[in-house]
Design a protein around this ligand. Structure first.
Ligand code: ZN
Length: 254
């Protein structure tokens, strides 16, 4: 898919800071294409529940996870995404990188973000303190939820903002797609703590296109790792230098 390829020419980053230590709880979720509920760990962030670090699922966890990549559901009609920006985003100086990320997506994909006028469904970007969010980064729903949906930022990082906007568009994490175990190996013993293992849960939907190690939606190889360790490596015994993840070359750092 052209859109995916354009986006995934980028390397990436994920959550900037050290692994978050948020309260974690277990919920029963039925994944797409299955009839059985499965245990999904979620962490608490402010009034939200987060899956895999930054995906808001809140009380609608079944809805969020069930959506997968099903065409026609949770997508933005004609690619238009109305967006409203809270004053606090400007107050804390996050607006420059936010506009840069929006401009990048508008210029390089078929998605068209535009200022909200009176649309019912829209993204509401707001500043959230690191303390309230629980870490330095952001959080977002995946895809159009209906009504106002928050996209929270506790950092002005360009890459974080771009990553969260892509969640809002409908993208999940690449390293958590259902067939990821064919491409990468999760080194569970290298994860910093038990409380961080939930960040590597499989997500939803049908794998879309070839596996993209360099996607901006892919964790770094050292995500949530003990110091000096890696938590994700390519299969087939490749070395890290043969299979980079999470370094950014496109778009350029701002
Ligand atoms: Zn994410």
């Amino acid at each position: 898919m052209k859109f995916l390829k354009l986006v995934c020419c980028c390397l990436f980053f994920f959550i900037q800071s050290s692994p978050a230590q948020l309260p974690v709880s277990l919920q029963k979720v039925k994944l797409p294409g299955t009839t059985e509920y499965r245990d999904i760990y979620v962490s608490r962030s402010g009034n939200d529940y987060l899956m895999n670090g930054d995906i808001i699922v809140d009380q609608h966890i079944k809805k969020a996870v069930l959506q997968g990549n099903t065409p026609g559901n949770y997508t933005w009609p004609k690619g238009y995404i109305p967006i409203e920006i809270e004053d606090s985003v400007f107050m804390f100086g996050f607006d420059a990188n936010l506009y840069s990320a929006i401009e990048f997506l508008n210029n390089n994909t078929r998605a068209k973000f535009k200022p909200r006028t009176n649309e019912t469904d829209y993204i509401y970007v707001n500043y959230m303190s690191t303390m309230e969010l629980g870490f330095s980064g952001g959080s977002s729903w995946v895809g159009r939820q209906g009504g106002r949906q928050s996209l929270n930022l506790s950092t002005s990082s360009y890459r974080t903002i771009l990553h969260e906007l892509l969640h809002a568009l409908g993208f999940w994490h690449e390293q958590s797609r259902p067939d990821r175990d064919n491409y990468v190996e999760i080194l569970w013993d290298n994860i910093a703590s038990e409380d961080n293992k939930h960040n590597f849960q499989l997500e939803a939907g049908t794998p879309n296109g070839s596996y993209d190690y360099l996607s901006i939606m892919h964790y770094r190889s050292g995500a949530f790792a003990k110091e000096g360790k890696v938590t994700i490596r390519c299969k087939s015994g490749t070395t890290l230098s043969d299979c980079p993840m999470g370094d950014l070359t496109c778009p350029p750092e701002i």
